[in-house]
Design a binder for this molecule. Sequence first.
Ligand SMILES: *[C@@H]1O[C@H](CO)[C@@H](O)[C@H](O)[C@H]1NC(C)=O
Ligand SMILES: *[C@@H]1O[C@H](CO)[C@@H](O)[C@H](O)[C@H]1NC(C)=O
Ligand SMILES: *[C@@H]1O[C@H](CO)[C@@H](O)[C@H](O)[C@H]1NC(C)=O
Ligand SMILES: *[C@@H]1O[C@H](CO)[C@@H](O)[C@H](O)[C@H]1NC(C)=O
Length: 419
Amino acid sequence: MTKPRLFRLWLALGSVFMILLIIVYWDNVGTAHFYLHTAVSRPHSPGPLPTSGQDPEKALAADVDEFLEKLLSAGTKQNILASKKTEQPAPSVSGRPVLGNMEESVRGYDWSPRDSQQNLDPAERQAERRSVLREFCANASFVFPAKERSFDDIPNYELNHLIVDDRHGVIYCYVPKVACTNWKRVMIVLSESLLDQGVPYRDPLDIPREYVHNTSTHLTFNKFWRRYGKFSRHLMKIKLKKYTKFLFVRDPFVRLISAFRSKFELENEEFYRKFAVPMLQMYSNHTSLPASVSEAFSAGLKVSFSNFIQYLLDPHTEKLGPFNEHWRQVHRLCHPCQIDYDFVGKLETLDQDAAQLLRLLKVDKNLHFPPSYRNRTASSWEEDWFAKIPLAWRQQLYKLYEADFVLFGYPKPENLLRD
Ligand SMILES: *[C@@H]1O[C@H](CO)[C@@H](O)[C@H](O)[C@H]1NC(C)=O
Ligand SMILES: *[C@@H]1O[C@H](CO)[C@@H](O)[C@H](O)[C@H]1NC(C)=O
Ligand SMILES: *[C@@H]1O[C@H](CO)[C@@H](O)[C@H](O)[C@H]1NC(C)=O
Ligand SMILES: *[C@@H]1O[C@H](CO)[C@@H](O)[C@H](O)[C@H]1NC(C)=O
């Protein structure tokens, strides 16, 4: 080979390599395996590395982040809400607010002024929720555990509730007891992650329940490490920046009632053994308990709501491990001060929020959110449920869930917190 030809070959190879490098950072998905093999070649920083007295790994990570920041600030994803607002007139929910669920409207459900969001149009309602969230995340006098840590400091196993759909660029943080079965179904349909005889599911309701809750069905952030190795955090950050992120929340106390009803009032073998047995032993002095939940139920041995609250307040409980996801605080599941959610849905306005979200994701033509038909726990029952719980416990419980109340704009339940 002649010298000029060799030179041209090197030039061509070099260009291809640079382009590939950009693709790897830009569109990480299909090139995931390539990612691993290029671990040695990183984008060069414009200046020298700021290594003085710093961990070189950290400096490098910061460097890569800066590179990504620049790359991404070219602005691929606009704020869906901002861009949509001009495009599309608000759906005409003219006049009276429409309540999605009859139960939520019975017996004077207390929509405080804060939640008078019922009257706002959907885009304004989102803007309001997100601004409340941002305001309290930024407010230094409002504190709760782990509030101030950065996204990098969140361990992988705490990112196991973030489900990613690369096909549409959507990230959903699932919160158990907040319509999560149906939203997981929607994520399966969107990402085509589950096949029915070789064909992806098209209707969320066709997906069998046992598949919906099988963690191996979903691509979650905590699995990134295994797939993408040391670049997984950078990849997460790219996706967090480019994708539309949403979650659904609900009144924290009503969520607790709902968790109690479904896990301890219905026969559930797993929750009986793991949680009901220790609760009955510790808080009701039962020494010998039946091995199965059906035997226990026939013998009239059930955890009371008061046992459950006592368990939540017991300082020993979390020494053994974090709260089960059904009663773990939403801010601990979804990290709303570290992740800038684009859409905050609420169960209290589920039907409108679901329709709005699917419209924003531009998937509303083919996809409908499954209607909720079950007897949903209503806020109006709250006082009945808490009637037998001592005032001091109710106040402690509020403290325990206060961050969720405040961040998501739920009014403090004053009527439960005084005599
Ligand atoms: C910040 O939070 C504190 C405590 O919750 C509250 O009293 C205060 O009004 C908040 N400040 C702003 C500016 O919202
Ligand atoms: C979840 O799915 C995987 C793979 O399809 C399967 O091997 C596993 O048994 C399932 N787990 C449960 C609890 O159903
Ligand atoms: C359980 O037993 C202990 C000791 O026998 C007693 O002090 C306590 O009051 C009992 N608690 C309940 C809830 O019955
Ligand atoms: C829903 O369930 C609650 C408590 O289990 C019950 O009191 C209520 O009557 C039920 N409502 C309907 C409409 O079934």
